[in-house]
Write a protein that binds this ligand. Structure first.
Ligand SMILES: [Zn+2]
Length: 91
């Protein structure tokens, strides 16, 4: 198994948007790879307790960018989601 960087525990990190505290948790990221949309769960993140914004370390963001160049293992999919597709002009 590939060693993945984890979010380093820090005493207190404020959300730059609302100023509330963030805490180390896991987030979800949608990736669009080769016309396929995948949702990646359990991504190490800091999540704001106020506005729920998710923040990712540079090391995590770097790994996510690397995933774009890979063929993601569909056989490892935990489940299949159906996603509503909306148009900007209709919102
Ligand atoms: Zn916030």
């Amino acid at each position: 198994m590939v060693e993945r960087p984890q979010v380093v525990e820090q005493a207190k990190v404020e959300c730059p948007f609302c100023g509330d505290d963030t805490s180390p948790e896991v987030g979800k990221i949608f990736l669009f790879v080769n016309d396929q949309t995948v949702l990646i769960e359990n991504v190490p993140a800091r999540i704001c307790q106020g506005c729920k914004e998710e923040f990712y370390d540079d090391a995590i963001l770097f790994q996510i960018e690397q995933l774009r160049a890979k063929t993601l293992p569909a056989s490892q999919a935990q489940r299949i989601l159906q996603v509503p597709v909306l148009r900007w002009e209709d919102l």
